[in-house]
Design a protein around this ligand. Structure first.
Ligand SMILES: *[C@@H]1O[C@H](CO)[C@@H](O)[C@H](O)[C@H]1NC(C)=O
Ligand SMILES: *[C@@H]1O[C@H](CO)[C@@H](O)[C@H](O)[C@H]1NC(C)=O
Ligand SMILES: *[C@@H]1O[C@H](CO)[C@@H](O)[C@H](O)[C@H]1NC(C)=O
Ligand SMILES: *[C@@H]1O[C@H](CO)[C@@H](O)[C@H](O)[C@H]1NC(C)=O
Ligand SMILES: *[C@@H]1O[C@H](CO)[C@@H](O)[C@H](O)[C@H]1NC(C)=O
Ligand SMILES: *[C@@H]1O[C@H](CO)[C@@H](O)[C@H](O)[C@H]1NC(C)=O
Length: 285
């Protein structure tokens, strides 16, 4: 029963349990007696219950509690972990809005909160996370608009916001997006991009905005297609080929278009031929 004896190892600095079901419910029971921890990984360990409210390991630099069954919110007291450089809470059932105090984790470089049930906006305090290099908030129910202040994060390289409920205009310009290694925003039905700031060539998987900041056409339907292999051939570019997406039914791919054109030309030739023959027969009579 790892949970029970592990929690007695008071002087541990590094603890990593992966794929071992820990037979205690909440992570606080495992770590409450370990003030010297620098790195903690309890992943795929069948942990349940809430995140600790009282953190005893104040020097913790790496926290990975991914792929458990944790529930409830991120506690406001998360800011006690002022040395935290990476946090991975992905693939749990955590929920609620993120506390503003998250923005006090000034050493944070790598944060993944993906695949939970978090909601509410990205706190404005995130703009203070000046060391942040990777931020993954994908597959949650975050909403509100994306804060423009994220573009002040000079070190940001990876920003994944896909599969949420973000809305409004993406507040970034091309030079910010070009600086990122990876920028993902698809799967946000009410989000759109400003055509004068970002090119459709970026294939962001969201619709362009109308002048009121609302999506111009329904976002590309990708649900039934495989994830990335056909990424390049489908998407927003089609809207532009069809003149801004007006009246386009989303079927504006090049193959079918060419077929329709061919049939149309063929039919008109036939009609002309018939008229010509009718005229000819009248003249010759
Ligand atoms: C995970 O924990 C639940 C109770 O919280 C228990 O029923 C289940 O057997 C555990 N799974 C494993 C693989 O230990
Ligand atoms: C998301 O989390 C659930 C458990 O909450 C897990 O079963 C699933 O595999 C995760 N999905 C991904 C893509 O990691
Ligand atoms: C950042 O987090 C991601 C996802 O948890 C992980 O794959 C990556 O190795 C981490 N990078 C660093 C530098 O910690
Ligand atoms: C975001 O979602 C919450 C409920 O989860 C709702 O109360 C709030 O009004 C939403 N905010 C916006 C801007 O849509
Ligand atoms: C792009 O946005 C950044 C941050 O908002 C700003 O500093 C920069 O001047 C903008 N670049 C262009 C070309 O508009
Ligand atoms: C798009 O950006 C241009 C230039 O910054 C601005 O004038 C315009 O109002 C923006 N449109 C929307 C819908 O935000």
């Amino acid at each position: 029963t790892p949970g029970l004896w592990v929690s007695r190892l008071r002087n541990l600095t590094l603890l990593s349990l992966v794929d071992v079901p820990v037979l205690v419910s909440a992570p606080s029971i495992v770590i409450s007696q370990m003030p010297h921890l620098l790195a903690l990984t309890l992943s795929r360990a069948n942990l349940s219950g809430p995140l600790p409210h009282h953190w005893h390991c104040l020097r913790l630099a790496h926290l990975d509690l991914s792929s458990n069954r944790l529930t409830g919110p991120v506690p406001t007291s998360i800011d006690l972990l002022a040395s935290l450089r990476s946090i991975d809470l992905s693939s749990n059932s955590l929920s609620g809005p993120l506390p503003d105090s998250f923005g006090d984790l000034l050493a944070l470089r790598n944060a993944s909160l993906s695949n939970n049930s978090f909601s509410g906006p990205i706190p404005a305090s995130f703009a203070a996370l000046s060391a942040l290099a990777r931020l993954d908030l994908s597959s949650n129910q975050f909403n509100g608009s994306i804060p423009a202040s994220l573009s002040e994060l000079r070190g940001l390289r990876v920003l994944n916001l896909e599969n949420n409920n973000f809305q409004g205009v993406i507040p970034f310009n091309a030079s910010f997006v070009a600086r990122l290694e990876s920028f993902k925003v698809r799967g946000n039905a009410n989000l759109c991009y400003n055509k004068t700031l970002l090119s459709p060539k970026l294939k962001l998987g969201v619709a362009p905005c109308d002048r009121y900041g609302l999506p111009l056409s329904p976002p590309p339907q990708r649900a039934t297609r495989s994830d990335s292999s056909d990424y390049a051939e489908d998407g927003d570019g089609d809207d532009d080929d069809n003149g801004g997406g007006k009246g386009s039914d989303g079927g504006g791919r090049h193959g079918p278009n060419r077929l329709v054109l061919g049939v149309a030309i063929g039919l008109s030739c036939l009609v002309f031929l018939v008229i010509f023959l009718v005229c000819l027969s009248k003249v010759c009579r």
